[in-house]
Design a protein around this ligand. Structure first.
Ligand code: C2E
Ligand code: CA
Ligand code: CA
Length: 848
């Protein structure tokens, strides 16, 4: 029958042979499938490894870059340079939080230090000020200093790894310097260091940036196999992360079913051809698995693509001939170019580089695994020039360079922002003129040229600012800047130093007379009224001039010279100019020195009081004693007031000096055996700079001297500045009960008018008139007129500077009330005065 016949039929044999052949072929196909699956799996793992390595490295590099640029914002900063570089100002740094606790609380830096070769000058540990040095926490200070100083040559910051309290940490360091870098760079300056420990939080963030979870830091000696790792500098630690092995996974899932299928086929081979169906089912399944493996591969690529798209940079790949083979989709988004336009073209067509050729640079990377970066430019689709930084690294397989892979970061905005900051740091925001930084830079560059430096100070600016407000002041400054621009040439420089101070630098200024003409023109220009809203205001200017041909020097010196000359121009009465000279400088230096010594000398008790008696016109009866201050200078001996009063009046020192005099005079007068008056000279500057009423009241209260025994000698100048205020003050002084004496009468302006309005008790005829008595008739009539006037107004009239008997006789004839002068007594020490007051003393006229 069919069935029995079928068992041994040739057809069955054919079937058996066929099935044998099929099984054999199937087996072969299976084995081949297995081998290629293994290959695919391996390639897949390798690709995953390379990619994860690339991402980890890129994330670390980005992190370094971020750390460096963040640090640079602090280190390359004028304020930091002023407050940290030379001497650390902790108040500025920590209390005002300029380099303070937020660096820890917000930015997470565990350590912030300022170091130099002498050690640590500022340390903040986890947001707290500390006295501990950097070396307490890390052994790498020498390395950090060295790297920061090397980096300063490229105007950059350094970053790297170090051990911080035994833990691996990332540091960034830079030499603290001003944005306008002086030449040469401060190679040995103080260095600002930020330290970030590589703790789990930080690693977690890094992992997120790289798209690789599971970053950890472990000792390099304990590296596990099958994990990605990158050494962390010389710290002995490495960064590790798990690498997915899609290939191996795939292989494991496919291998078992395949092996199973193989077994079945073997059984089919051994038993029966009808199992061939099942074998084919196994093959079906293996096909499905293969499809799965392909899917896994695609997934891995998709992940790469996702990273490439998410990154703000774009990714490129090129072959060994430097033709672009891959551009991530961000390329199109950022540049506007299509991929097709650039793929297969040389990378050097895309990028220009000012500092060298892209080809040679890439070529240089071919031999190693190092990553390089290069600043370049390219043109976007709209032909706009853009700045970028490309990072690249060779793809090495079997020790040969297969191509290059890298990223490209668009830094156009960064560069523009940098340029803007640069501009701000060199210009004055209000007027747009160059500022002090730019001026210094300019002077530095023009160092050996022939220039005139003019320092301008507006003469009437402060009152305008005070009375009309800051907007008016600003408008004036802007207008002045505009006018300065008009009178200068393009080759000159006009800078604003701040406030109402400007500097004009004339290049090739010519001779003195040319500079004179320029100054005159400038001052005329400034005198023209300026309209602000409905107000018309008038400023003027004083100029200090220095010619570099006569006094060459570094910028700071030139400015100082011009300042000295300016001071002298202002002394000369404003609206004028003066040239710097060495004599001016010496005089000024001596004056400053004397002022400093006086400031220190007053509290040290170097002031003395001498007293010059004043007599009734009989020349015998003592009426008062005038306190005249002296300075027992440690080097120059006993100084008369004309050497130092004017100096004290230029600063607040006059207040201190005046208070000392009045206290001392009252104290000594309290001890006199006779109840005569003490006369104290008051400077007009005391009236404008202090509350004299309060000070006088305080002196009387403190010393217990009755008010009627105190007389204040005031010159007319006190009324010059503030007529109303002076009147009020004098009335208040009168209410205290003290007497007021108008000193130096006849030398002032409208003496008579003042005399009527102000509550003076007496007047003192200036010694100039007294001394020409007997030689000049007109002076005698002046003296007589003053005496008559005093009599008419009920005031005591004193003549000072009486040196001869003849003068005394004339004054007596003219009925002057009181007299004072060398003829009767020179100023004497208190003890001499006291002796003079004691009964039975010889005639005072003999004293000297
Ligand atoms: P003054 O108030 O006019 O004082 C008179 C000056 O003339 C004193 O000079 C005195 O020594 C001098 N003198 C007095 N008799 C004669 C004379 O017969 N012939 C000549 N040629 N000179 C005579 P001194 O002590 O050098 O003081 C100079 C000025 O310094 C004073 O002028 C006064 O303006 C100021 N001064 C002195 N002591 C003080 C003070 O405590 N405070 C203030 N603010 N100024 C003072
Ligand atoms: Ca006097
Ligand atoms: Ca006088």
């Amino acid at each position: 029958m069919e069935a029995t016949l079928g068992n041994n039929s040739p057809r069955r044999q054919v079937v058996r042979q066929l099935s044998l052949v099929f099984s054999g072929l199937l087996l072969l196909a299976l084995a081949l499938g297995l081998v290629s699956l293994y290959r695919i799996a391996q390639a897949l793992d390798e690709r995953e490894r390379v990619q994860s390595h690339f991402h980890a490295e890129a994330a670390l590099a980005q992190m370094h870059k971020n750390e460096r640029s963040y640090l640079v914002a602090y280190a390359v900063w004028q304020a930091a340079y002023d407050h940290l570089a030379r001497r650390v100002d902790r108040h500025w740094a920590y209390d005002e939080d300029n380099v303070g606790a937020t660096l820890y609380s917000d930015d997470g830096y565990q350590g912030v230090f300022v170091l130099d070769d002498d050690g640590t000058h500022y340390a903040m540990l986890e947001g707290r000020l500390s006295e501990e040095g950097f070396d307490r926490h890390s052994g790498s200070s020498a390395q950090v200093l060295q790297q920061a100083r090397q980096a300063v040559q490229q105007q950059q910051a350094a970053s790297g790894y170090l051990l911080y309290n035994g833990q691996p940490a990332l540091f960034a360091a830079a030499v603290i310097r001003p944005p306008s870098v002086p030449q040469p760079l401060p190679a040995a300056g103080a260095v600002l260091v930020f330290v970030r420990v590589m703790n789990p939080t930080m690693l977690n963030q890094l992992g997120q940036a790289a798209g690789l979870p599971g970053f950890a830091v472990i000792p390099a000696s304990q590296l596990p196999t099958g994990k990605g790792h990158l050494p962390l500098g010389e710290t002995g630690y490495a960064l590790t992360w798990p690498i997915e092995q899609p290939g191996t996974e795939l292989f494991h899932t496919v291998f078992m079913p395949l092996a199973f299928a193989w077994l079945i086929i073997a059984m089919v081979m051994a038993l029966c051809a009808r199992y061939a169906l099942r074998a084919s089912a196994g093959i079906d399944r293996s096909h499905r698995e293969l499809a799965a493996s392909k899917f896994a591969l695609e997934a891995s690529e998709a992940r790469f693509k996702a990273v490439a798209e998410a990154a703000s940079d774009w990714i490129w790949e090129a072959d060994a001939q430097q033709h672009l083979t891959y551009l991530s989709p961000r390329f199109t988004e950022l540049t506007g170019h299509t991929l097709e336009r650039w793929l297969q073209r040389p990378i050097s067509d895309l990028f220009d580089c000012e500092t060298g050729q892209v080809e040679t640079w890439l070529h240089g990377l071919a031999g190693s695994e190092a990553t390089g970066s290069l600043r370049c430019q390219y043109h976007d689709r709209l032909e706009q020039r853009r700045e970028c930084r490309i990072a690249a690294r060779a793809i090495i397989a079997q020790k040969t360079c297969q191509g290059y892979r890298g990223t490209c970061t668009d830094i156009t905005d960064e560069v523009a922002a940098h340029a803007h900051i640069q501009h701000l740091s060199l210009h004055d925001a209000l007027t747009g003129l160059p500022n002090r930084n730019k001026l210094f830079r300019y002077l530095e560059e023009a160092r050996h040229g022939d220039l005139a430096l003019l320092m301008l100070d507006l003469d009437n600016f402060k009152p305008i600012n005070d009375s009309l407000g800051h907007p008016a002041g600003d408008a004036v400054l802007v207008e002045v800047a505009h006018r300065l621009g008009q009178v200068t040439r393009d080759t000159d420089l006009v800078a604003r130093l701040g406030g109402d101070e400007f500097v004009i630098v004339l290049s090739r200024p010519g001779k003195h007379d040319e500079v004179d003409r320029f100054c005159a023109r400038l001052i005329e220009t400034l005198k023209r009224p300026i309209t602000f809203e409905q107000h018309k205001v008038q400023v003027g200017g004083s100029l200090g001039v220095v010619l570099s041909a006569e006094y060459p020097g570094p910028p700071g010196d030139l400015i100082r010279y011009a300042d000295v000359a300016l001071y002298s121009a202002k002394q000369a009465g404003k609206h004028t100019w003066r040239y710097f000279s060495a004599q001016l400088n010496t005089a000024l230096l001596e004056k400053r020195e004397l002022e400093r010594e006086l400031r220190e000398g007053i509290p040290r008790g170097e002031l003395r009081l001498h007293f010059q008696p004043r007599f009734k016109v009989d020349g015998v009866t003592l009426a008062s004693a005038e306190a005249l201050v002296r300075w027992q200078h440690p080097r120059l001996g006993l100084l008369r007031p004309d050497r130092f009063i004017a100096l004290a009046e230029e600063s607040d020192l006059i207040v201190q000096l005046g208070n000392w005099v009045i206290h001392e005079a009252c104290t000594l007068a309290r001890g006199w055996p006779l109840e005569v008056m003490v006369s104290v000279n008051m400077s007009p500057a005391q009236f404008s700079r202090s509350d004299v009423v309060r000070d006088v009241a305080e002196a009387l209260r403190h010393t217990g001297l009755p008010a009627h025994r105190l007389e204040l000698e005031i010159t007319e100048n006190v009324m010059l500045n503030d007529v109303e205020g002076a009147l009020q003050t004098m009335n208040a002084l009168k209410e205290l009960g003290v007497r007021l004496n108008m000193d130096d009468f006849g030398t002032g302006y409208s003496s008579l008018g003042y005399l009527r309005t102000y509550p003076f008790d007496s007047i003192k005829i200036d010694k100039r008139f007294v001394q020409s008595l007997g030689t000049s008739n007109s002076d005698r009539s002046v003296v007589q007129a003053i005496i008559n006037l005093g009599n008419a107004m009920g005031m005591t009239v004193t003549a000072e500077g009486v040196e001869t008997a003849e003068q005394l006789a004339l004054l007596s004839d003219d009925q002057c009330h009181e007299v004072q002068g060398y003829l009767l007594s020179r100023p004497v020490e208190n003890r001499v005065l006291v002796r003079l007051m004691e009964p039975g003393e010889p005639e005072p006229g003999g004293m000297s």
